[in-house]
Structures are given as C-alpha cells and as structure tokens.
Design a protein around this ligand. Structure first.
Ligand SMILES: *Cc1c(COP(=O)(O)O)cnc(C)c1O
Length: 398
C-alpha cells in the first residue's frame, strides 16, 4: 500500500471528511475499497508470531481490525478531533463497549433523564445487574448535576440536544463539573454529528455515535462508534471490542465512510429545512408550541452558534387536541414517513407519547414534558414546501 494521504488537522473539515483514512492499494483505486475478508495472511510463521505478540503492527482478524473499518474510524476521529475511534456494530454496542471498558461493579453513572430509550434500558436493566447504578438529572440544570455527584460517580452521560424536546446542556460547564469530581464526560453526539458540534473540543472525554442516523444519512445500515483519546478508547474500549466482538462489518463501514463525505453539506441542509419548517409551524393556529434550538424562543438558544453551529435537523411541536389531534396530523401525511428513525434524507414523523416514550407512565411523561399532542419531525432533504404541505393537511383540520 502507498503512504497514507496526509490530510491532518490542518486541513478543513470538508477536506478531511472526504480524504482522511484511505490507504490506496497498488491497484490505484480512487474510491475506498471494501476489504471483505475475515482474516489476513502472514508471510511466515515468524511474522504470524510477531503480529500476535504485538511486536509487529498489522491486521490479524477482522474482529480486531479491518482496513475499511479503520478508514472509517480514522476519518471520524479526525472530524471529532479525537486521537482514537473504535467502530461498533450499532450505536447501542458503542455505549455498551464504553461502559464495559471504563466501569466496574460499584461505579455509578450520572445521566440526563432525557435519553434514547434503549440507553435507559441498558443502564437500568442490564448494567444494574452487574452492580453499576445509574441516577438521572434534568439535562440543562447544571446545579442538579453538581448536587448529584458522589464518590462512586465515574461517568456523566448525556445527549444534547435531547430527543424529542431538543433541550440542550452547556457542555463546557458540564465537562468542568465532571473533571472537578474526577469523572469522565461521555456525550452521545448523534443529533448534531461533528459537522455541527464537537464535544471533545468543549471538554468532553468521549463521544458516542449511532452511525445509523446522520453519519449514514440515507437509512441503510446499523452501526456505531466511540471517539476519544488513545488510552480510554484506543486501549480500553478497543480491548472490549477485540474480545467481546460487537465489531462493525467492512461493508457497513464503507457505507458510513462514504456518508461522511457529504456529512457537512447534509447537516447544513437538514438544519436549513428544519429552521424554515419551525418558523412556519409557529405561525399555524393548530400548533401550540414549537421546540427548535434555532429559534429565539428556545430556552437554551444562546448555545446555538457557539456550542452547536446550527439548530440541527430535528424539531418537535405540540398540536391542539392531544393524542387525537397528533394522530390526525400523522395519518394525514402522504409523503413523510411514519417511523421512529431519524437522520435520513427522507423526513420522518413520530408521536413520542405512544411510541418512543410509550413505556413511561402518564405521570413520567408529564415530568419529561412529553405531552399527548407532541409530534417529532426529523427533517429530511426534500423540498421544505412539500414537507409543509404534507403537515398542513392534518393541521388545517384541527
Ligand atoms: C439511535 C440512537 C442510539 C442507538 O443507536 P443504534 O445504532 O440504533 O444502536 C443511541 N443514541 C441515540 C441518541 C440514538 O438516536
């Protein structure tokens, strides 16, 4: 293979998103190849022994490393500004591998209450079985995080902006709290991606991704990633992957790698569409409230433009008439996809109270701010006028 193309931190974001990580083979291919191979061969018994002992760097087996997967890892690490990246089979296995790599029995996680549903399940049902407890605090309330710290707390975990209400936390200040107590800040950066927000630059220690969402961008593959420094991610989290095996397939890595090439363009287009749609929704009589970070009426609006570059591609809104009204809007759509997925070129609509947050009791939903009339839209890349027309049909009847 030829020397790595050196598009280091000096190059711009778009350049690294397109160029970083590809080691061209002697075939001279222009597009990154898919290394569909489970194992790698050695020139001699001595070389095999040296690779296994670690004296010689190089591929052994695709559960450990694979060139296509490594290209994706290096590209994402560069975009997030991290030293190391480990790709995983899914976003959930990225969170699992991080917890397995960094926690032990008796440790405690302090997490924001608004959290992806499966993450809550992983913490409350599975990690709890192994003696790792999780406590929850309201995402944006820094005093609550501070007050909930104790000697056993090892990880602070959050998603910002939150799903579905797009609440945000000041990551610089949260990192400061974490580090003052000797803890690590882990941020699930699924909603923003590094095109809009780089948590490591703001003081976070680890970034988690569900690559399934915006990194792919067209709803094709399930995957995930963990980004951070060489010790925590390159050794501890990588060690879990290598041993336990929730690795990313080379084909999926290739899809995500190509997805990264257009990430910035797409995130800015999703954001432009969401901003337009949020403004339009706020003028509709049947809409009671719009939740979008890019709007001046959002409680943490000041973080947009500083911590995160735009308001992002996801918004939520309360409609008149509770669940009946919300379902009417959903069922009147003809183009928008009724699905809980997000981060796709296709716009999607979800009724959180009866789907993603359906397992919560009515009281828990009230506390979480998930009203019966709440709808979440992950704005895709279609013409905004068509998205508006599709929503207008249901809204006009309320
Ligand atoms: C989807 C999602 C996950 C889980 O990712 P999978 O790839 O589905 O395992 C984690 N966090 C957030 C915020 C998500 O949206």
């Amino acid at each position: 293979m030829s020397a790595p193309e050196d598009f280091d931190a000096k190059s711009g974001f778009a350049t690294r998103a397109i160029r970083t990580g590809h080691l061209r083979t002697p075939e001279g291919e222009h597009s990154e190849p898919i290394f569909a191979t489970s194992s790698f061969v050695f020139d001699s018994a001595a070389e095999a022994a040296a690779r296994f002992s670690g004296d010689l760097q190089g591929n052994i087996y695709s559960r450990f490393t694979n060139p296509t997967v490594r290209a994706f890892e290096q590209r994402l690490a560069s975009l997030e500004g991290g030293e190391a990246c480990v790709a995983t089979a899914s976003g959930m296995s990225a969170i699992l591998a991080t917890c397995m790599g960094l926690l032990k029995t008796g440790d405690r996680i302090l997490s924001s209450c608004s959290l992806f549903g499966s993450t809550t399940m992983l913490f409350n049902k599975y990690l709890a079985r192994f003696g790792i407890q999780t406590s929850y605090v309201p995402l944006s309330e820094l005093d609550a995080w501070e007050a909930a710290m104790d000697a056993r707390t090892r990880i602070l975990f959050c998603e910002t902006p939150s799903n579905p209400l797009t609440e945000m936390v000041d990551l610089r200040r949260l990192a400061e709290i974490a580090h003052r107590h000797g803890c690590l800040l882990v941020v699930d950066n699924c909603f923003c991606t590094p095109a809009l927000q780089r948590p490591l630059d703001l003081g976070a220690d680890i970034v988690i991704h569900s690559a399934t969402k915006f990194l792919d961008g067209q709803g094709r593959c399930v995957g995930g990633a963990v980004v951070g420094d060489k010790k925590l991610v390159g050794e501890e989290v990588f060690g879990v992957l290598r041993t336990a095996g929730p690795t990313m397939s080379p084909f999926n890595a290739w899809v995500f790698l190509k997805g990264l090439e257009t990430l910035e363009l797409r995130m800015l287009a999703h954001s432009r569409g969401a901003a337009q749609l949020a403004d339009w929704l706020s003028t509709q009589a049947a809409v009671e409230r719009v939740y979008y970070p890019g709007r001046a009426d959002h409680p943490q609006h000041r973080l947009v433009g500083d911590q995160q570059r735009t308001g992002g591609g996801i918004l939520a809104f309360d409609v008149r008439g509770g669940q009946v009204g919300a379902w009417r809007v959903v069922d009147a759509t003809r183009m928008i996809s009724i699905t809980a997925n997000l981060g796709d070129a296709k716009t999607t609509i979800t009724h959180p109270a009866t789907t993603t947050h359906g397992r919560l009791s009515p009281e828990e939903r009230v506390t979480a701010g998930i009203a019966d009339g709440l709808l979440r839209v992950a704005v895709g890349l279609e013409d905004v006028s068509d998205i508006q027309a599709d929503l207008a049909r249901g809204l006009s009847g309320l």
